[in-house]
Design a protein around this ligand. Structure first.
Ligand SMILES: NC(=O)c1ccc[n+]([C@@H]2O[C@H](COP(=O)([O-])OP(=O)(O)OC[C@H]3O[C@@H](n4cnc5c(N)ncnc54)[C@H](O)[C@@H]3O)[C@@H](O)[C@H]2O)c1
Length: 348
């Protein structure tokens, strides 16, 4: 383990990465632009991946996260859990129980049982745990909530139509939850932030192959259309399509309320535009939310309170409950009532 790094006198936080794939490398790029932290340890079940990333960073490579936590205990200020969803629970709970804060990638887990175990560990230990639904960090999300306060909310429409990076586990529903957990859950989380609790969902798959992946690899759909009924009476819709990599994507959410029509353009330019209470709104995010969320997480390690603009485990578990209800609807073809985390949902 390298000596504790300094940056012009200020001690930098020491981070460990668990999983050295696509999102871990994205986090590494944002961390390397900040002087707040440095990656000291990288663990991956594929040792060559751990070695390649650790080598670039001057970090220690491990072929198992247990080894990494055992050997660097007391020397890591936080870990980033960047494994596929089925492998979120064990490293997250183990790190929290050792008193190590965790930035856990979304979705919180593949199953509600795993999500509940993560929530319980975070709340029992009181150790900081944030989930990588980075749109919580958008200044625009807070602005939307402010603008809509006191208005009647009618409709939310989210679109995530474009390419996505294919990874082997993503293609298998049992491992990934398919487009619902991987892509739609960002929109489910964002709509929950604005519209509150969804009571009933209905989800429909489309099987026309649009992306450039090889068939018959995997069992996930190419297109999903989701409808939601919110407790306050609003309706939601989310449309997802996986397109060929050369087609530019379209990622946004439109909200209709009694005195507002707003559109939030997502990825890569995060811009809120429209009209609310008679005034025009045009607000561009000054930083990508993935970077803002990571910075907030690192800053939060110096503070006792969970920042409002970071997704807490209990919140992400509630988003997972909606996504799992959608998954049941997708399979049965029927609307499904959303259960509370920890309780079974029912088919309408
Ligand atoms: N926040 C976002 O916008 C965003 C974007 C992409 C991915 N993600 C999430 O990040 C997570 C990882 O996705 P990815 O795209 O990086 O996948 P990936 O397949 O590129 O990388 C996952 C890595 O984890 C390793 N791994 C698997 N099991 C492990 C274990 N038990 N211990 C240690 N390493 C293990 C794999 O070998 C692989 O290197 C997923 O939960 C995904 O949903 C989030």
């Amino acid at each position: 383990m390298p000596a504790r790094p300094h940056d012009g006198g200020a001690e930098r936080l020491r981070l460990g990465l668990i999983g050295a794939g696509w999102i871990a490398q994205t986090h590494v790029r944002s961390i390397s632009e900040s002087s707040a932290a440095v990656v000291c340890a990288v663990a991956d079940v594929e040792p060559a991946r751990a070695r390649a990333l650790a080598g670039r960073l001057g970090a220690q490579a491990y072929s198992s996260w247990t080894q990494m936590l055992d050997q660097s205990s007391g020397r890591l200020d936080a870990v980033l859990v960047c494994t596929p969803p089925q492998h979120h629970r064990e490293p997250t709970v183990a790190a929290l129980e050792r008193g190590i804060p965790v930035y856990l990638e979304k979705p919180i887990a593949r199953t509600q049982e795993d999500a509940d175990a993560i929530v319980a560990a975070a709340e029992r230990t009181g150790v900081r745990c944030a989930i990588g639904y980075q749109w919580h960090a958008l200044a625009a999300a807070a602005r939307i909530r402010g603008e809509l306060s006191g208005q009647r909310l009618g409709l939310l429409v989210g679109r995530s139509i474009g390419p996505t990076t294919s990874r082997p586990w993503l293609l298998h529903r049992a491992q990934s939850g398919g487009q619902l957990l991987e892509r739609a859950s960002h929109h489910l989380d964002l709509q929950r932030m604005i519209a509150g609790r969804a009571s009933t969902v209905s989800a429909h798959p489309g099987w026309v192959p649009l992306a450039d992946r090889e068939r018959p690899d995997g069992d996930i759909e190419d297109v999903i259309s989701v409808e939601l009924a919110y407790d306050g009476g609003a309706r939601g819709a989310i449309h997802i399509a996986w397109l060929r990599s050369e087609i530019p994507g379209m990622y946004d959410m439109t909200i209709a309320a009694s005195e507002a029509l707003l559109t939030l353009t997502l990825d890569p330019q995060f811009t809120l535009s429209g009209v609310s209470r008679g005034h025009r709104i045009q607000q561009r995010e000054d930083r990508p939310p993935a970077i803002a969320a990571m910075d907030l997480f690192l800053e939060s390690l110096h503070s006792p309170d969970h920042p409002r603009r970071l997704c807490a485990p209990r919140d992400a578990a509630a988003t997972l409950a909606v996504a799992l209800a959608c998954e049941r609807s997708l399979r049965s073809g029927c609307p499904v009532e959303v259960g509370q985390p920890g309780r079974a949902e029912t088919q309408s």
